[in-house]
Every structure is written in structure tokens, then in C-alpha cells.
Design a protein around this ligand. Structure first.
Ligand code: SAM
Length: 223
């Protein structure tokens, strides 16, 4: 006879936290696909990320609450291009790819859609599946962050912005330095909707340094 899966203590604690979480309840009543919407809304209230007409790229977009926020904030003027490993249920105003951002095919998909257009805002809420090996998970998170940063540096407009989820700990200071080398301004944000026990914070880079963008382009051209 097949055994019932074990109910772990941490699993039931997670479920209890999930069903009692005010942001989960609010997302259900507001029609957002996940509680993550409130992290972006809070950062936007403070930092005014969106303007109608923008081109926004959302990396690690599923289930899609950041896309919902972006579409609302753009007032349906502009574009949202979204990528995730997981399928994203269709949403008016969003062009999406089910694919791995670390694979060249995902970059080609973005390049094809953008053609000569530049991007106003790159969002990355990507997070790898947790293996449970802390250092390995942290390293994979920063690989994703660095790839997203490379994309942002190459594609952002001079007044563009890049919001990226990071986890404090090993690799954080190094990545923060990379952000500071790439942007005139780098801000750290920990929205209320981000759980206190999580080491997750968001870095917001604004105004890509033009010398850095030029350096990346000329390196690419030499290859
Ligand atoms: N911002 C999303 C929202 O509001 O619905 C939630 C994003 S969720 C926290 C992180 C997502 O990153 C997951 O859906 C996961 O599939 C995606 N992800 C992780 N690695 C990825 C990769 N290499 N390429 C694309 N997406 C990835």
C-alpha cells in the first residue's frame, strides 16, 4: 500500500502561516495571483517605478502578480514582456515565454521582441528551487541576479531602473558592489509584505552608468 506523505512540522507551520497571512487573504480579495503583488506595490508607492507607456521586462514572473501590477500601472499603454520556467496564465497586455532565463533561447526571445527598442524597467523576482544546501542555493540565486543585471545593463534606457530580489548573506556585498558599479543610484528595500524571517530584500538600481553599458557593448562586439 502506498504510504501517505509525511506531514512535516515545518510543512504544517508553513500552511498555518499561509492561511493566516493577511497579504494572502488580501491578494485573494483583490484578485492578485500572489501576495508578492504587495511587495511591488509598496516599492512603487515609495519609488515611483512605473509610468504609462513604459516597456517593462519581468523575469521570474509566474504566477503573475507583478505582471498584473505592471499592466495596471502602465494603464495599458506600453509593454510587459515576461519570462518564467513555469507557465504563466494568459493576461491581456503581457507577452510571455515559458522558458529558462539562463538559456540563450530566452534572451533571443527578448531580443526579437525588443528589436531596437530599449527597456524602461527590468524586474527580477527570480528565485531558484531550494535544494536545502544553503551555500549552493545562495550561489544559484546570485547567478540569476548577475544574469538579470547583465541584461539590464545592456537593454535599459539611460533613465531606466532595475529591481532585483536578493538574499542577504554570502554574496550579497559582492552583488551590491556590482550594482553600484552599474548604476548611479542603488537603494535597498524591504517591503512590509516581505516576511520578517526571510533574508530577502530588493535592490533598486537607477540610471545605468553609461560607461558601464558602453563597456559591455564593446566587449560583446569584440567576441
Ligand atoms: N513575481 C512573481 C509574481 O508576482 O507572481 C513571483 C515570482 S516567484 C517568487 C519566483 C519565480 O522565479 C518562480 O516562478 C520560478 O519559476 C522563477 N524562476 C526561477 N529560476 C528561473 C529561471 N532560470 N528562468 C525563469 N524563471 C525562473
Amino acid at each position: 500500500m502506498a504510504q501517505k506523505p509525511k506531514r512535516t512540522k515545518s510543512g504544517s507551520a508553513w500552511m498555518h502561516e499561509h492561511v493566516t497571512d493577511p497579504y494572502v487573504k488580501k491578494a485573494q480579495s483583490d484578485g492578485y495571483r500572489s501576495r508578492a503583488a504587495y511587495k511591488l506595490l509598496e516599492i512603487d508607492t515609495r519609488d515611483r517605478l512605473f509610468r504609462p507607456g513604459m516597456t517593462v521586462v519581468d523575469l521570474g514572473a509566474a504566477p503573475g502578480s507583478w505582471c498584473q501590477v505592471a499592466v495596471q500601472k502602465l494603464k495599458r499603454q506600453g509593454r510587459v514582456l515576461a519570462i518564467d520556467l513555469l507557465p504563466l496564465a494568459a493576461m491581456p497586455g503581457v507577452e510571455s515565454l515559458e522558458g529558462d532565463f539562463t538559456e540563450p533561447a530566452a534572451l533571443h526571445w527578448l531580443e526579437e521582441r525588443l528589436a531596437t527598442a530599449r527597456v524602461d524597467l527590468v524586474l527580477s523576482d527570480m528565485a531558484p528551487n531550494i535544494s536545502g544546501v544553503g551555500l549552493r542555493d545562495q550561489a544559484r540565486q546570485y547567478e540569476l541576479c548577475e544574469l538579470a543585471l547583465d541584461f539590464a545593463v545592456q537593454w535599459l534606457k539611460p533613465d531606466g531602473g532595475f529591481l532585483v530580489k536578493v538574499f542577504q548573506g554570502v554574496g550579497f556585498e559582492d552583488f551590491r558592489r556590482q550594482m553600484q558599479a552599474a548604476f548611479e543610484q542603488v537603494l535597498i528595500r524591504k517591503p512590509d509584505a516581505s516576511r520578517d524571517r526571510s533574508s530577502e530584500v530588493y535592490l533598486l538600481g537607477r540610471h545605468p552608468r553609461q560607461d558601464r553599458a558602453a563597456a559591455v557593448t564593446s566587449t560583446d562586439e569584440q567576441v
